[in-house]
Design a protein around this ligand. Sequence first.
Ligand SMILES: [Zn+2]
Length: 283
Amino acid sequence: MLWQGRRESENVEDERGSGGGGGRLVLGGGIGTVILVVLYLLLGGDPQALFNSQQAQLPQSAQFDNQAPRDEASKFVGVVLADTEDAWNEIFRQMGRRYEEPKLVLFTDLTQSGCGFASGATGPFYCPQDRRVYIDLGFFRQLQDRLGAGGDFAEAYVIAHEVGHHVQNLLGISDRVQAARGRVSQSEYNQLSVRLELQADFLAGVWARYTDRVKHVVEAGDIEEAMRAASAVGDDRLQSRARGYVVPDSFTHGTSEQRARWFRRGYETGDLRQGDTFNAPDL
Ligand SMILES: [Zn+2]
């Protein structure tokens, strides 16, 4: 992928080196929170309400330096995120809607998200509550070293998949799946999760097509690289990983073959109407 010297997104929040995501962690889950909760309970409050309001405030209170010099890895992430912004701004405009750009948090080892704690072991995820994509760059090394699915475009695919979840959130698709939770059986819900995941792969494919067509930055072998990554992070792999507290991107994702197929479909058609995984009889 040709990425050097291109526009970097201003929506990257680099928390690395802040003491293991310290800023957020202290604000969100430190001893202060415990004292607050105890006080609140003594006063007869509903603790859930407190947690909800705290989570909602977290993103605003986190500190990071947007102007700090960036290393190669974060520059790359910034360029890919900018590519997703350009693609989705235009695609939403064509639909007569406005795209709201998500933030992307780079962290090391542990962080606090609007969806709870996350460790690098959970893999990248999107939190609908604070509209942020969370990535521990260590995941990219694992992708390369343990799963044999390295390469810049493989990494770009992972980012585009998470941004795909943001697009689903903006379009109200995630909400509909979430609303089914508890109303349908666990296995039916898992099925919905799979369809949500495969659609995020499809949306990553749509992004790849747009970026390829408009910017001509996709090189020979890049699409194969993304497909390899899509198949490398199928169910089998993610299920075996520690989930931690957060509800991350670690539910059923569909088989490796299904993931690669939906990515390809998005890439080949570039047509959102072709991405209705929820009504597809055959995944
Ligand atoms: Zn996902």
